[in-house]
Design a protein around this ligand. Sequence first.
Ligand code: SF4
Ligand code: SF4
Length: 319
Amino acid sequence: MRPFHRRSLLQWGVAAAATGGAAPAVAATERKASTSQAQQYVGVLVDTTLCIGCRKCEEACNRRNHLPRTPESFADREVLRSFRRPSEHAFTVVNQFPGSPSPDQAGLPMTYVKAQCMHCLIPSCVSACIVGALTKWADGAVVYNPTICLGCRYCMIACPFEIPAYEYHTALTPRVRKCEFCTDREKGTGADPACAAACPTEALVFGKRADLLAIAHARLAARPDRYVPRVYGEHEVGGTGWLYLLGRPVTEVGLLELPETAPALRTEAIQHGIFKYGIIPIALYGTLAGMMWYNHRKQGDEEEEGASDEKPAPEGGAR
Ligand code: SF4
Ligand code: SF4
């Protein structure tokens, strides 16, 4: 969740180029459907003013997902010195940013911010996957099925938060890896995040997204001195399952300023537009091609006729 770079430009550039810079209209029905479904979705509220950077969430994630053991202990806070991204070996990471988490916590030197898949309400990764290896479950978790994945990695390009990682070093069966909300795909059990259960300060609260939004707005109203007046993830890219309360501007703590429209809606609107209205340019091109063929043929016939008129009469024939 660092500032835009080339991959970010690609995600938005595809839509802009295809539409000549004009944002296509987003179907109102799709927005409404996602809003009503979103009432059923779960999420996690991250209150960055409560996070102490203990990395218990990272450790719990590592164990629950049977990820490789790290050379250093999770109690080792030296790793916080470098900015990290979620990877195929760590579905969540905590980063530190110099400065207090909020204006009323001036004595604290660092702000800690956890990063992972945001479980978007309208996930671009799901939209980009041409074989349906990524799906959004009824509880809101975005889950991956490695048995049908082609390895095209379109999901990695599509994700506005730059989350999915790939097992490049696994020669035979590389997978896309990311947080799956601790679902169990084989048992069909839904979201049950180990990180939230492990957090000792309740910086992570798991629950229904609608309830978490109510909690977040209540905290904003109660402590205007502490929080930046917004819930990050409430509207960004159409809304996300993970929501953040911050005491500092998002760009100071490694989060991206993103538009409210989901990239998936933009690209799907383009695809639907091509299928729906593509018939008009195809018919036009077809007509033009037919006219060109007819004119070309007519011209050829006329030239042939002209050539035969000019042919010299055979010797001994009438002049
Ligand atoms: S954050 Fe990225 S990987 Fe996670 S659901 Fe959203 S688009 Fe998919
Ligand atoms: S377990 Fe909680 S307090 Fe510890 S680093 Fe993770 S989010 Fe922060």
